[in-house]
Design a protein around this ligand. Structure first.
Ligand code: FCB
Length: 477
């Protein structure tokens, strides 16, 4: 993705061969609080922007909300037992900010923190390493009412919240990531409006992105001061961006989208600066007046690891008058200052999200971060696919999802072979859940959830993944 003249790669790596991963490779699965917990008003929890958004007519498919979701809040011990049965070495979950600090300021809510204490204890009791994400998109509604992420004060509020969580869980949780996918929070939340809080202002999206990173840096400093031995990082969602053709105009379109999608976050966090071309592309949107002296130093506070979420590749072309794609994260309003760039589909196989399946893109992404940005250990903190599932005789045979995981694990292995210090992989997701604006209509889980009965059924991919973990690699096919 750093070479905009390179054509997009398609294919599968090392297909069929047995592959072994390095000893100690951290095999996990991921979830997020609002997507699975439910219990929206239990134990003093107050609304987040996702409660408000999902309860607003027309915002989610079918008007679905996370009120009940997978009812994980009440079924947590059984869910942890399921993780243990699958042999997970680690579980990546997020803490719900409005559960542990209702309203987003002031004292901690002991009842809310207690849920996460019990979760962590259950995990440790089963030999599963807890991996805690502080922010997976559920900003307390009062903080949005006070301006949300476009307001600078939210960054400080986030660091205060981080302190409450580390005070409660710092003795038992070793791996901490601050933000999950700040691109989505900023550009889907405040740009396209497809995600909560549903605002649509390019300048606000850019400000939100900056304040999210500022909050990240302040939180890292707070966590580091409290727990010098903790492993601290951030999770970014990265995409290789390829030009549709070899034309200079398409190369420029790829450069622009790469700047907004990837370098907007990688450069400040890992280099302490915004890319000059990004600033120039955004000149009509913002003068970057929200960036104060010292911010970039805070944002680039040293980390111990980088988490990367990988799903697909962007292929883009130069603007053509009157042509725009419609997919939600390809919508023009996601890309302030570069609204006219066209997103091109290649006709390769797609998932139920319409995301093109592109395993080699994972190798490119990991290699790029290692080569261009950092020697830090890298983790794939999310990777997975939605497909339509059918329950037949009480079983779900999800061969498409299994093949997706297989091809991406081959890609992960290839990256390690190329020298990338990749230390772990988290499947998205442990179980089917509330897929944001898509509600319950998209299933990403390795475990099927019947939302009426809350029965969990491990799919074929879950059984396969359990075997991958047991072998520490892939069997020959
Ligand atoms: C990522 C999110 C995660 C889930 C997957 C499919 O962008 O981090 O919560 O929605 O996509």
């Amino acid at each position: 993705m750093s070479d905009p003249t390179r054509p997009p790669a398609v294919g599968v790596l090392d297909q069929g061969a047995a592959l072994t991963f390095p000893p100690g490779f951290l095999w996990g699965a991921a979830t997020a609080a609002y997507q699975i917990e439910g219990a929206a008003t239990a134990g003093g929890r107050t609304p987040s922007i996702w409660d408000t958004f999902s309860h607003t007519e027309g915002r989610t498919v079918g008007g679905h909300t996370g009120d009940v979701a997978c009812d994980h809040f009440h079924r947590m011990p059984d869910d942890v037992r399921l993780m243990a049965e699958l042999g997970l070495k680690s579980y990546r979950f997020s803490v719900s900010w409005p559960r542990v600090q209702p309203g987003g300021s002031g004292a901690a809510n002991a009842e809310g923190l207690d849920f996460y204490r019990r979760l962590v204890d259950e995990l440790l009791g089963h030999g599963i390493e807890p991996w805690l994400t502080l922010y997976h998109w559920d900003l307390p509604q009062p903080l949005e009412d006070a301006g949300g992420w476009p307001a600078r004060d939210t960054a400080g509020r986030f660091a205060d919240y981080a302190q409450l969580v580390v005070d409660a869980l710092g003795d038992r949780v070793r791996y901490w990531t601050t933000l999950n996918e700040p691109w989505c929070s900023a550009f889907l939340g405040y740009g396209s409006g497809a995600h909560a809080p549903g605002r649509t202002d390019g300048a606000d999206a850019v400000r939100a992105g900056h304040h999210l990173m500022l909050g990240h840096g302040l939180a890292v400093q707070a966590l580091r001061a409290s727990r010098p031995d903790a492993q601290l990082g951030i999770t970014v969602n990265l995409y290789p961006v390829a030009p549709a053709t070899g034309s200079p105009a398409d190369a420029d379109a790829a450069r622009r989208i790469d700047a907004l999608a990837n370098r907007f976050f990688l450069d400040p966090v890992l280099r302490g600066s915004y890319p000059a071309d990004l600033r120039a592309d955004l000149a009509s949107v913002t003068d970057f007046g929200h960036v104060r002296d010292g911010d970039l130093k805070i944002i680039s506070t040293p980390l111990d690891l980088v988490g990367i979420n990988y799903y697909s590749r962007h292929v883009v072309a130069a603007p053509v008058e009157g042509e725009q794609p419609e997919a939600y994260w390809r919508a023009p309003t996601c890309w302030p200052g570069s609204e006219d760039v066209r997103f091109v589909t290649r006709g390769v196989p797609v998932t139920d999200m319409d995301w093109e399946i592109d395993a080699p893109g994972l190798v490119e992404t990991l290699e790029r971060v290692h080569r261009d940005y950092t020697d830090l250990p890298l983790y794939v903190t999310e990777n997975g696919s939605a497909f339509v599932d059918a329950v037949v005789d009480g079983q779900v045979d999800d061969t498409d999802r299994l093949a997706y995981f297989d091809s991406h694990l081959r890609a992960a292995h290839a990256a390690i072979g190329a020298g990338v210090p990749l230390r772990g992989y988290f499947a998205w997701s442990l179980m089917d859940n509330f897929e944001w604006a898509w509600g319950y209509t998209k299933r990403f889980g390795m475990v099927y959830v019947d939302y009426d009965s809350q029965v969990r059924i491990p799919k074929s991919s879950a059984r396969w993944y359990a075997e991958v973990i047991r072998r520490n690699g892939l069997a020959a096919q």
